[in-house]
Design a protein around this ligand. Structure first.
Ligand code: AMP
Ligand code: MN
Ligand code: MN
Ligand code: MN
Length: 301
């Protein structure tokens, strides 16, 4: 597949005023991982929301991207689809998500990493299932597997099962009480994953011709000191950019992320991290890159 170049972006989109022209959203999920919509429905929704450029970035899989790409070609849909993936990595006991954009999905090194991450996901899901069984939910693994279907299994599937079956009143509580890790505290069904390192994820993305972006830096529950350490490590590992704009960010958080980009000479990306339609965020909503930022798509020459 030919990789996208800057010339693929019409001037209006490069300017990206966010409203009157096409919008850009470089982080979204389908039901090939833990998103709620099929790739086809996601594309239809993106067109409805006037998204001109969309990246599908499912967890450790590129299936959704391929299905969406076939659908776009078949129906001749006017949207630019960027190939993407969100890779789970481990760093200093934290789970850090690295987004690869504009990747060659046929890359053998990328495919090898996907196989390994999927095996790790499978093992972790089984262990989570064992822990949940010990907590009184004997069918959690089977039910979560069924919900994930052919797609990547994630903790979000376990959370949905616990919620649907009335064991917790919200998805958040499923993480707070069973699946999550907050600081040093792990909950009852937390299983430490053996994800690849940040360096390896970045190397693989680069080997696949892509751009490596740190996903949602504000969501890792890190102190300012640790966040800076993480960004320094990401930069030293040849990472390309940070997600500077997410829908839930306040102006101060955006400014902080922009400052990190300027200080460490990193590019800026933006995305909704869309999983399901909800009240608080949607595809392309409130995504405008600050004027001083170097957009990630400037790298796609
Ligand atoms: P995994 O990659 O299997 O660890 O699953 C992580 C996914 O679960 C994330 O991508 C989110 O979609 C979801 N998730 C993680 N933490 C929460 C939370 N506190 N509330 C709701 N969803 C969450
Ligand atoms: Mn997710
Ligand atoms: Mn993520
Ligand atoms: Mn995501």
């Amino acid at each position: 597949m030919a990789l996208l170049s800057t010339t693929d972006f019409p001037q209006t989109i490069k300017k990206n005023d966010g409203f009157s022209h096409g919008r850009i959203d470089l982080h979204s999920h389908t039901h090939c991982s833990d998103g709620g919509l099929s790739p086809q429905t996601l594309i239809d929704r993106a067109v409805n929301y006037q998204i001109a450029v969309l990246a599908i970035t499912d967890h450790d899989t590129i299936e959704g991207f391929h299905i969406a790409q076939d659908y776009i070609l078949e129906k001749n849909i006017p949207i630019k689809l960027i190939s993407g993936i969100e890779i789970s990595t481990a760093w200093q006991g934290f789970e850090i998500h690295i987004v690869g954009l504009n990747i060659d999905t046929k890359s053998p090194v990328l495919q090898a990493l996907i196989v390994k991450q999927q095996q790790e996901r499978e093992q972790r899901a089984f262990s989570i299932g064992e822990k949940l069984a010990n907590s009184g939910f004997p069918n959690a693994y089977k039910d979560a597997k069924k919900l994930a279907g052919e797609g990547t299994i994630t903790r979000a599937h376990f959370a949905k099962i616990l919620h649907q079956q009335g064991h917790v009143s919200t998805i958040q509580k499923a993480f707070d009480q069973y699946l999550g890790k907050k600081g040093r505290n792990t909950q009852r069904a937390y299983v430490k994953p053996n994800w690849c390192s940040i360096e390896h994820a970045i190397d693989v993305i680069h080997a696949a011709g892509g751009t490596a972006i740190m996903a949602h830096p504000i969501r890792y529950d890190l102190s300012a000191k640790w966040l800076r350490r993480l960004i320094v490590h990401f930069k030293e590992s040849m990472g390309d950019g940070l997600e500077v704009v997410l829908p839930q960010m306040n102006p101060q958080q955006r400014q902080t992320m922009l400052n990190y980009c300027l200080e460490y000479n990193l590019h800026a990306s933006m995305g909704s991290d869309f999983h399901h339609p909800n009240k608080w965020s949607d595809l392309g909503r409130n995504l405008i890159l600050p004027d001083d930022a170097k957009p990630v798509w400037a790298l796609w020459k």
